[in-house]
Design a protein around this ligand. Structure first.
Ligand code: UD2
Length: 307
């Protein structure tokens, strides 16, 4: 079996690559290292890594033609909502066009893949009040990032149905764990919290901390992705989350206990355009055989130990 992971040197991608290698799968990574780092991949000696941009159509087509992939995991993306607001054209080319042209090549060349998995985001739900979010809840994509994710999902599913391709989409909620880069203000809040607690740096809390999120440990994300692949759960969308809503204030409290000391919290105005409350219904994933292995406390404990 052979798999392509675009964005495979990134936070979630590198964990997926390690898992696929452990399953005995031949893995090829395409990553431009704009966010990722080859060092994130534990078994990199066993992996073929191309430092390339997924917008390079010629490269992507040659690779697809020559490699005969069974599984394609499309994780390469500009993952920041703020970036997409600042550079909508460029992020559209990566977050939408590159996915579509890959799919289009698979269709036109009739490549016999077993699954094409596209990674979307909870951003598609926007700020509508109904909670928890089900995959069939109303969407309200508010940023270029969210619009690209939603539009690409629709294409991926339409290609699946219209051209009988084995495609599937997942919507990540807030993923955390080792390997998440804390260097940008738009990095995952738990990577920033970890680095602040570790180095006794002040943490800037945007808003009053009552905003809620659904945090899932990266190992559980990989469990979910692998389940979707092995069960051949195609032509659907799956929320990838823990199913628990926690306020940022309570997350800080839990993490302070895990770390054994207090955080220096500095208050700032809430971020514009941000979602206030977010939590998923993960019934579809559970029906597939998923169960949460990592509570927030356990995940934070593990993350902190490795910090
Ligand atoms: C997540 C995704 C984003 C997009 C979005 C969709 C991550 C890293 N980002 O954004 O790509 O899919 O969901 O809704 O998973 N915060 C602070 N201080 C900090 C950093 C963050 O108070 O230094 C707050 C932030 O204002 C927010 C919460 O922590 O209320 C979570 O922030 P985040 O950047 O980890 O994730 P989110 O939900 O904004």
């Amino acid at each position: 079996m052979k798999a392509l992971v675009t964005g495979g040197a990134g936070f979630i991608g590198s964990h997926l690559v390690d898992h696929l290698v452990r399953q005995g799968i031949d893995v090829v990574v395409v990553d431009d290292l704009s966010m990722g780092d080859v060092e994130n991949i534990k078994n990199r000696d066993l992996v073929t890594i191309y430092i390339e941009d997924v917008r390079n159509e010629r490269f992507m087509q040659q690779l697809l033609q020559q490699e005969n992939f069974d599984y394609i995991y499309f994780l390469a993306a500009v993952a920041s909502v703020a970036d997409s607001i600042e550079r909508p054209g460029e992020t559209h080319a990566i977050n939408h066009n590159a996915v579509l042209s890959t799919l289009e090549f698979i269709r036109a060349a009739k490549l016999p893949i077993k699954q094409f998995l596209f990674t979307s985001s909870a951003a598609v739900y926007g700020n509508l009040p109904e909670l928890p979010k089900r995959e069939d809840s109303r969407v309200d994509p508010l940023s270029p990032y969210a619009i690209d994710k939603y539009a690409t999902e629709r294409y991926v599913l339409a290609y699946g149905k219209l051209y009988d391709l084995p495609t599937v989409c997942v919507r990540f909620f807030n993923v955390y764990g080792p390997g998440q880069n804390p260097s940008s203000p738009y990095s995952g809040v738990l990577s920033i919290l970890t680095s602040c607690l570790e180095d006794n740096k002040p943490f800037t809390l945007y808003g009053d901390g009552s905003q809620t999120r659904d945090f899932i440990y990266v190992e559980d994300v990989i469990q979910a992705l692998w389940l979707i692949t092995t069960k051949q759960a195609n032509h659907q969308v799956f929320n990838i989350a823990n199913g628990h809503e926690l306020s940022l204030n309570s997350i800080i409290e839990i993490y302070e206990k895990v770390a054994g000391h207090q955080l220096d919290v500095q208050m700032a105005a809430g971020r514009e355009g941000e979602v206030k409350h977010s939590v998923a219904n993960i019934g579809k994933l559970i029906n597939l055989g998923y169960s949460t292995h990592w509570s927030l406390k356990k995940g934070l404990g593990q993350y902190w130990k490795g910090a």
